[in-house]
Ligand binder design. Structure first.
Ligand code: AMP
Length: 373
C-alpha cells in the first residue's frame, strides 16, 4: 500500500462511495472538521447525500460517475464492502484510496477473509470451500455439524445462509448449490457476540475502541452494550486480536471485527467489515473520538489519540416502523440520542435509525430503550 507522507487537510474533499447511514455519519464527522464531502449513490437525496456538499446520482459500478467522484476528491473512501473492485482499480491513480482495493478483495469474500485470518494466526471457526453437493458432504464429514452454509460473496445480515443440521432441506440446497460458491463453517455455540473497531493513524499507531457486546434478532444487529458484559481477560484478548488484524492488513480507515466468545473464553473472528460498523455507533456520544472521526482522521493521515469512553452505553437499532414509534416517544425520553437517517421509505427490518443512551448503569440504559428490544 502506498505510504503517503503528507496528511490531507481541510478543506480538501473526501469522496464517499455509498450514501447510506455509515456514509452519512462519516460525512457529518468530516464536515465538522472542515472537509468538503462528495457522495456517490444511485438514490437521489440518499442519507449521506443529505449532509454532503454534493452527490453524484449513479450506480456504484458506473465508471464514468466513479471517475467524476475521484477527480473531484482528494481522497476516496467507501462505506460498504461490495464496491466494484475493477472500477475502483481504474480510478486508483486519479486520487488517494488509503484503504486500498486489497482490503476489499479480502473482506468482500468470506472464503478469502477466513483464509487470510488463518494464515495470519487469527482464530476462525473451521471452514471449507464448497461448490457442489459432494464438496458439502466432504466438508460436513471433515468439519462436523451443525454448521452453516454461506455464499462467499454478497450475503449480509444472514441473507444467503443455510443451517446444516438434522432438519436441513437438502433439496432446497441442491437446487441452489451450483449457482454460486459457498463456504461451509462449523456452527459455534457461543455465549456472546462481541465486536471491536480498530484503525491505524497517520503515524501507524494502532488504535482500538472499547469492546461491544452485540445482540441480534433475525441475524440483524439489534442491541449493542458497551463495554461488553464479559471478563477483562476476554476484552483484552479481543483488542489484541484487533491489533494483530490491523497490522496484518496494514490497515487504513476503521475496520469492524465481529467475534464469537465461547464458554471457554476463547474468541473466534466471524467477520471483518472494512469500514465503521453498526456496533460502533455508540462512540459518537460515549467517546472522546467517534469511530467516524477516527475513520476520517485515519484516511487523511492524521493522528488519533487513545480512545476513552466517558460512560457505559447502549445502542438500539430502529428497524422499520420502530423509527416512527421513536419519533413519537422521543419527547418523553430526553435521555435518548436519536439518530434518524432520513431514509425516504420505511421498510420492514430496514435500518432506519438508532438510539444511543449513556449513563452509569447498563440496567437502566437497557430499561430506557426496552420497548425496542
Ligand atoms: P454473518 O452473516 O456471517 O455476519 O452472520 C450473521 C450472524 O449469524 C452472526 O452474527 C451469528 O449470530 C450467526 N453466525 C454466523 N456464523 C456463525 C457460526 N459459524 N457459528 C454460529 N453462529 C454464526
Amino acid at each position: 500500500m502506498t505510504n503517503y507522507s503528507s496528511p490531507i487537510l481541510p478543506p480538501s474533499t473526501i469522496g464517499i462511495i455509498g450514501g447510506g447511514q455509515l456514509g452519512q455519519m462519516m460525512a457529518l464527522s468530516a464536515k465538522a472538521m472542515g472537509y468538503k464531502v462528495g457522495v456517490l449513490d444511485p438514490t437521489d437525496h440518499a442519507p449521506a447525500g443529505q449532509v454532503a456538499d454534493f452527490q453524484i446520482v449513479a450506480e456504484y459500478d458506473d465508471l464514468k460517475a466513479l471517475t467524476q467522484l475521484a477527480q473531484q476528491s482528494d481522497v476516496l473512501t467507501y462505506e460498504f464492502e461490495n464496491v466494484d473492485q475493477t472500477a475502483l482499480k481504474q480510478v486508483e491513480n486519479l486520487t488517494r484510496i488509503p484503504q486500498g482495493v486489497e482490503l476489499l478483495t479480502i473482506t468482500s469474500h468470506r472464503l478469502r477473509e477466513k483464509t487470510f485470518c488463518r494464515q495470519h494466526g487469527l482464530p476462525v471457526t473451521p471452514f471449507a470451500s464448497v461448490k457442489s453437493m459432494a464438496d458439502l458432504q466432504a466438508a460436513i464429514q471433515k468439519i462436523g455439524q451443525p454448521g452453516l452454509l454461506k455464499t462467499v460473496e454478497g450475503g449480509y445480515d444472514g441473507h444467503g445462509q443455510f443451517d446444516i443440521n438434522e432438519q436441513t432441506d437438502w433439496h432446497l440446497i441442491e437446487s441452489e448449490i451450483e449457482q454460486t460458491e459457498w463456504i461451509y463453517e462449523l456452527k459455534q455455540d457461543f455465549v456472546r457476540e462481541l465486536s471491536v473497531m480498530v484503525t491505524r493513524d497517520g503515524q501507524d499507531q494502532v488504535i482500538t475502541f472499547p469492546v461491544s457486546e452485540n445482540r441480534h434478532q433475525h441475524h440483524i444487529l439489534h442491541t449493542s452494550i458497551i463495554p461488553a458484559q464479559t471478563t477483562d481477560a476476554v476484552k483484552s484478548k479481543a483488542q489484541h486480536i484487533a491489533i494483530q488484524t490491523a497490522e496484518a492488513l496494514n490497515l487504513r480507515g476503521v475496520l469492524g471485527i465481529e467475534l464469537f466468545e465461547l464458554s471457554s473464553g476463547e474468541l473466534m473472528i466471524n467477520e471483518l467489515a472494512p469500514r465503521p460498523h453498526n456496533s460502533g455507533h455508540y462512540s459518537i456520544e460515549a467517546c472522546n473520538i467517534s469511530q467516524f472521526d477516527a475513520h476520517i482522521r485515519s484516511i487523511c493521515g492524521l493522528a488519533i489519540p487513545p480512545i476513552r469512553q466517558f460512560e457505559p452505553a447502549v445502542m438500539v437499532n430502529l428497524l422499520g416502523k420502530n423509527l416512527l414509534t421513536a419519533r413519537t416517544d422521543w419527547p418523553t425520553h430526553p435521555e435518548w440520542h436519536l439518530h434518524d437517517y432520513g431514509k425516504a421509505e420505511v421498510r420492514d427490518r430496514r435500518k432506519m435509525g438508532h438510539i444511543t443512551v449513556t449513563g452509569p448503569s447498563i440496567e437502566s440504559l437497557l430499561a430506557s430503550v426496552s420497548q425496542f428490544r
